[in-house]
Write a protein that binds this ligand. Sequence first.
Ligand SMILES: *Cc1c(COP(=O)(O)O)cnc(C)c1O
Length: 384
Amino acid sequence: MIPTAVPNLSGNEAKYLQECITSTFVSTAGPFVSRFEAALSEVSGAGHAAALSSGTSALHLALTASGVGADDLVIVPALTFIASANAISHARAQPWLFDVTVDSWTLDLALCAQHLEQETQMRNGNCYHCESGRRVAALMPVLIMGNSVDISAFRLLADRYNLKLIIDSAAAIGATIGSQPVGQFGADALCFSFNGNKTVTCGGGGAIVSENKLIVERAAHLASTARTGRDYDHDEVGYNLRITNLEAAVGLAQMEQLPNFLSAKHKIAKTYADFADRYEILGSFPQARSIDSTHWFSGFWYRGGDATCALRFRTHCQDAGIDLRSFWKPLHLQRPYAECLRTAMPITDDLWQRIFAMPCSTHLSNHDLGYVLEVATGFWDQQA
Ligand SMILES: *Cc1c(COP(=O)(O)O)cnc(C)c1O
């Protein structure tokens, strides 16, 4: 099977892991954690970083550290991985689900502005959702596929309603806006994932980065049992959500290869975008040709009207040894979030089953990529 995205461990991973073993620093203390954090702080441009156990824990602690809490509402797109919403739940808040735009596939800024205008009211400097009585505490755009979004525009909207701006950049390590790193546009925090299928992996891991040192410090404090010194003193209910030196060792070796990984991803994305251009019924991923996207996943989507076509293409690929699965099922269709407050979802509902995330490992060989395109050609030539 040609997989969608698997780790590329061709750099210093084994060497750094051996250093961990030799030095016995395998747990949460150790030099690789701070070196990894320094690399993240630099690449994101945010200036401050705390490496954590997962992208989910990074989002959870980013919300908690910025003051989002019990019964608050957090605006999030329905078209995302379920972890975005789980993190909101872990922070004891609730998702307010929004549709995406057809061009960006992420949170529709104009739709957010419209619903905030029509359904909320400011009281004592806070924004309240009139019907539910809940405080609206934060906006959480998702940098889907590794695309960037107009963070400055979301910042303006957030400021108008006194909302925190937490970016789910889980799959967008290396993302930029007009060649400036995404961490420099005024978000309260951005959160990365280093899960096995992400562009940079630690095996498992995550990080919060911010221009605001206090948020990062508070997240790091909560992640390490809220311990206040060397003794067993703890000043609040904390968590154990730290990264280990072993994981950070892998992460650092991966970060050293980030420029290579990003250019490999970009090349693959362009190949699929060019492929999609050959067919009227296929569309390319948003920003498929942009240097601003980090192209975590790439592929194309089906624009035609035959409801069975997407499913048949998946089966066609699976039969040919290509592991093409369905893409994220949106949050409002998931059992834990089916009852959430939400907007109408015309775009998300129409789009999600049409998306094909094609094989895009950074070390995907030209031979395998050629084979994937041949299999795809065999199918789409028959549909036109
Ligand atoms: C991967 C991912 C996450 C979750 O990260 P984990 O490290 O698996 O917890 C959250 N949001 C998005 C958009 C992701 O792609």
